[in-house]
Design a protein around this ligand. Structure first.
Ligand SMILES: Nc1ncnc2c1ncn2[C@@H]1O[C@H](COP(=O)(O)OP(=O)(O)O)[C@@H](O)[C@H]1O
Ligand SMILES: [Mg+2]
Length: 333
């Protein structure tokens, strides 16, 4: 049998948060649609990006995929095994293969423990002998370009960038099949963001690390990812390879995100599309397109009555819009 091409397949994933307390609920239950019918897959050795504004549901998707958060329905197929609904006990043997790196590296380490102690204990947990641990730690430190004196320090004695590199080292210590990185550089100074991103690129190029990389920063995603999904209020609005999505952007939301990013050069010409208003909340979302209230190409009729589905536009590029850029789908339903 041929080896499965995908490390992760997410199908029709749904997570709605119930709003308010039981009394209010009696008057009518309201739900926040944090993740609505989200499907994507990640090939082995690929870095897949999820991008969107704050509150668009990126972290919810990540947490559901790792079963750190219950999902309502869908399928989560990890290396051929459907892990949807797995309990913490069922997830335990999979944890070493599904690792994560979060935004704030300080929160990832015990503040009272010297870092060496943390790593040693973790190595024991993974069943390594002292010798194996020492060899592995040496390898990891070379990899993250830190000297071994960091191991005698407490987390607060290191910079955010150094600590995030150690958080990445810990995530890959077990040689996981998959790493979720949720905004791993967002809390770092711009000057050290590049170091951490370059480390991520090394992980991919040298170790073939499969990764789900969540970010709100288009530059970062473009630099790092092979494919990307753009999310808005819990749904994927556009997805494809980085080259396709950036050079042939079709959804007005993606277009707005790209034009909102700072110019790389002061003389760069750019079509400015400013998003109207803040991201609305995803409670009791109406029929129609969720982006309609902020869309530059909104047309009454179709946009507020029919929910656009992801359509295959060729070259692995999918878009959920009634009027994608460069296409006239006015007559299509
Ligand atoms: N545990 C929770 N209970 C209720 N609402 C939540 C919870 N977690 C997230 N949300 C809501 O779900 C939406 C998506 O949040 P999140 O996934 O954190 O977005 P992002 O990571 O893109 O900023 C937001 O409106 C957020 O307030
Ligand atoms: Mg988040």
């Amino acid at each position: 049998m041929p080896e499965n091409e995908y490390m992760l397949e997410v199908k029709h994933l749904k997570k709605w948060f119930r709003m308010g307390n039981a009394k209010i609920a009696k008057a009518g239950i309201r739900y926040l649609h944090a993740c609505d019918d989200v499907s994507f897959n990640i090939k082995k050795g690929e870095i897949f990006g999820i991008i969107g504004e704050s509150g668009s549901g990126k972290s919810t998707i990540g947490k559901c995929v790792l079963n750190l958060q219950d999902s309502d329905s869908g399928e989560i197929i990890f290396d051929g095994e459907n892990i949807f609904g797995y309990t913490p006990k069922q997830m335990k043997p999979l944890r070493k293969d599904m690792q994560m790196v979060f935004q704030n590296p300080l929160a990832s380490f015990n503040p009272k423990k010297r870092l060496g102690k943390t790593f040693e204990e973790y190595a024991k947990f993974l069943g390594m002998t002292d010798e194996q641990y020492k060899k592995k730690m040496k390898e990891l430190l070379e990899y993250i370009k830190l000297s071994d004196d960091v191991l005698s320090r407490l987390p607060k004695e290191l910079s955010g960038g150094q600590l995030q590199r150690l958080a990445i080292a810990r995530a890959i210590m077990s040689e996981p099949k998959f790493v979720l990185a949720d905004e791993p550089v967002s809390a770092l100074d711009v000057s050290v963001q590049a170091q951490v991103l370059n480390l991520m690129i090394d992980l991919k190029e040298q170790l073939g690390q499969t990764m789900l990389f969540i970010s709100h920063d288009l530059n970062v995603v473009r630099h790092l990812c092979d494919r990307v999904a753009v999310v808005y209020l819990g749904v994927i609005v556009e997805t494809g390879t980085i080259d396709e999505v950036y050079s042939n952007v079709m959804h007005p939301y993606t277009q707005a995100l790209i034009s909102a990013k700072p110019k790389e050069h002061p003389l760069e010409q750019k079509e400015e599309i400013i998003l109207k208003g803040d991201i609305p909340n995803a409670i009791d979302v109406p029929e129609g397109c969720r982006f309609a209230s902020r869309c530059s190409r909104y047309k009454p009729g179709l946009c507020d009555h029919r929910t656009p589905k992801l359509k295959d536009m060729g070259s692995g590029h999918f878009v959920a819009c009634h009027y994608p850029k460069g296409h006239n789908l006015d007559n299509e339903v």
